[in-house]
Design a protein around this ligand. Structure first.
Ligand SMILES: [Mg+2]
Length: 240
């Protein structure tokens, strides 16, 4: 098995006209740790909902995340939670850690064709995060967990919904993601796939099953990089 490359082969991207980006830990790096705030809010929500101590709530939250793809999907399935209430609470975070990234904005803007954010979070969260990064205006649209009818990636149904809504030709598309399991469907549909990994993988706190994912680079991953900016800038030197 050949290891996925870390820098783009320009000929691999010459035909790409649809640039699909996950949001969290993809458009901003893992070490920003924005998701930790969301994670804490989700734990607090579960603790209050079920009148549990935080440590028990956290275990249940992680169980739902693992078994249902998101904490929300588990809470809806097992407890009939209303998604709006949960999402509002989960994303009540401070975006100050995200600073305007003019270089990233320029690199995204320079890519030929349409750009999308495809997230298991909400449009509101994506707009706030991308807005704080100063890159929001470069995206054509955002597809979120509400548009997905609360069925998270990596469900095939959700990719199909995203792709048909936006009339994306998968043979001319690439997906950027930090979770390897979210790249299997894109690869099977003929998309290029790029995995974002933390800059200090050893120090990063990952869920155990996420780490297990990250350690094997399978045939679903064309490229692995720890810098979206470096990757896109390298592409822009050769594409367009
Ligand atoms: Mg992500």
């Amino acid at each position: 098995m050949t290891k996925p490359a870390s820098l783009p082969d320009p000929s691999d991207f010459q035909h790409i006209r649809n640039w699909v980006f996950d949001l969290d830990n993809t458009l901003y790096p893992h070490h920003i740790n924005l998701f930790a705030q969301i994670d804490r809010n989700m734990t607090a929500f579960v603790a209050e909902l079920l009148a549990m101590p935080p440590d028990k709530a956290r275990l249940l939250q992680k169980k739902y995340y693992h078994e249902h793809g998101t904490t929300l999907a588990g809470l809806m399935h097992h407890h009939g939670v209303r998604p709006d209430d949960f999402l509002e609470r989960a994303h009540a975070i401070d975006y100050d850690a995200l600073k305007p990234d003019a270089a990233l904005g320029a690199a995204i803007k320079a890519l030929p064709g349409r750009k999308f954010i495809f997230t298991n979070g909400t449009v509101k969260h994506a707009e706030a995060a991308a807005g704080a990064l100063g890159i929001l205006d470069h995206f054509d649209s955002i597809f979120d967990i509400v548009a997905a009818d609360y069925v998270p990636k990596p469900a095939q149904l959700t990719y199909d919904k995203f792709l048909s809504l936006n009339r994306v030709d998968t043979t001319k598309a690439v997906m950027f993601e930090d979770l390897p399991r979210n790249l299997s469907v894109p690869k099977s549909l003929g998309m290029r796939t790029v995995l974002l990994v933390p800059q200090n993988l050893e120090e990063a706190v990952l869920e155990s099953f996420e780490r297990a994912d990250a350690e094997y680079a399978d045939e679903n991953i064309d490229y692995i990089t720890d810098s979206l900016l470096v990757f896109l800038e390298k592409l822009n030197m050769n594409v367009g």
